[in-house]
Design a protein around this ligand. Structure first.
Ligand code: NAP
Length: 326
């Protein structure tokens, strides 16, 4: 007898990088009987149709979620409230509503109030991505050997959590359950702050005199290139991340600024030992991260390998796979 898929009908709202990757992996691993798509952008929907990412598309968000036993919100964090309001009337009792947003407290705040009592809300965040956007950028093994963090609010339905865990595991991810505020703090330092630093450095370089700017680009292999890759990430997505994880980012930024000041002072006063001590410490941290993988790099797509602890996952994956996560 043929095994039943995990879900009868999955609705994916937002068919960009993450939504289209989900559609691809759900399709290729037969995790749902039917995939229904919806995207606010007609050109994205048209492209998703060409790529045959979904079985069909909803005319509206409410139409797309109708009859779905899993609804995945895959839009920029700032679009969730409007989308939740628009789809709420179409939700079926017993459905699981989840998301992939890079910030979790804001999603609970924005989506929760629109959901009827009869649906189960289990927010989530795959720690996987690239600096590219749109349906062409997605691929089926994006989530392979990456973490997926679930942040169910207290009192969430255990069965719903287990089903969502099963979905992410079937996508190849390692699932962790975390409190939303803890998630936001951890990601503020592992992902959001590094992106802010990259945006700043690249912006500063761009503001240099034209001749100096040319040289920055020419000699970018000296470290700058990696920052440009991160700073090439989606502007709308990242605007929403910073606006919606304001407190945690500002807290980490404060600590970072203090540490930067200390370094500035050490350079000004020629305190070489202070600099060397820090650089040795950070090199040890880097070595520890590599040793955890027993080799130089961690290939997120190598089956059977367990990724490093969540706090370090993104940096390591970035270095190894030339990708960045949110
Ligand atoms: P993306 O490639 O830009 O895709 C988002 C799609 O959602 C776009 O097609 C967008 O259309 C559409 N959209 C926007 N507002 C909508 C609405 N109200 N209703 C329906 N569709 C709407 O973005 P992504 O990289 O997949 O990111 C999606 C989510 O995943 C974000 O919350 C992000 O924080 C999270 N995430 C991203 C990464 C990453 O590395 N990129 C990693 C992990 C998690 P328009 O283009 O017309 O606006």
């Amino acid at each position: 007898m043929k095994e039943q898929p995990l879900f009868k009908r999955v609705a994916i709202l937002g068919i960009g990088l993450i939504g289209s990757s989900l559609a691809r992996v759900i399709r290729s691993r037969q995790l749902a009987g039917e995939i229904v798509g919806f995207d606010a952008s007609p050109s994205v929907e048209a492209r998703a149709r060409e790529l045959e990412l979904c079985d069909r598309f909803g005319k509206t968000a409410a139409d797309a979620v109708s009859g779905a036993d899993l609804v995945m919100l895959c839009v920029p964090v700032g679009a969730n409230a409007e989308l939740a309001e628009a789809m709420a009337g179409g939700l079926t009792a017993g459905a699981i509503v989840s998301d992939v947003g890079s910030v979790k407290r804001a999603v609970i705040r924005d989506v929760g109030p629109f959901l009827p009592e009869a649906v189960h809300f289990v927010p989530g965040h795959p720690i996987a991505g690239t600096e590219h956007s749109g349906p062409d950028a997605g691929f089926a093994d994006l989530f392979e050997n990456r973490y997926a963090i679930l942040t169910p609010p207290p009192g969430s339905d255990e069965e719903a959590i287990a089903k969502l865990r099963a979905l992410w595991e079937a996508c190849g991810s390692h699932v962790e359950i975390m409190e939303a505020s803890h998630h936001d703090k951890v990601l503020a330092v592992t992902s959001h702050l590094p992106h802010l630093i990259a945006y700043t450095i690249v912006g500063t370089a761009f503001d240099l005199e034209a001749s100096e700017r040319q040289e920055v680009i020419r000699y970018s292999a000296g470290g700058f290139r990696d920052f440009t890759r991160i700073a090439g990430s989606d502007p709308v997505m990242w605007r929403d991340v910073f606006l919606n994880n304001r407190e945690a980012v500002l807290e980490m930024l404060q600590r970072f600024s203090e540490d930067l000041m200390a370094l500035q002072r050490a350079i000004r006063w020629g305190e070489g030992q202070t600099l060397e001590d820090l650089f040795r410490r950070t090199r040890e941290i880097r070595r520890g991260v590599i040793e955890m993988r027993q080799a130089g790099t961690f290939d997120a797509r190598e089956p059977g390998k367990v990724p490093p602890p969540i706090q370090e996952a993104e940096d390591v994956q970035e270095a190894a796979a030339e990708k960045d996560d949110a």
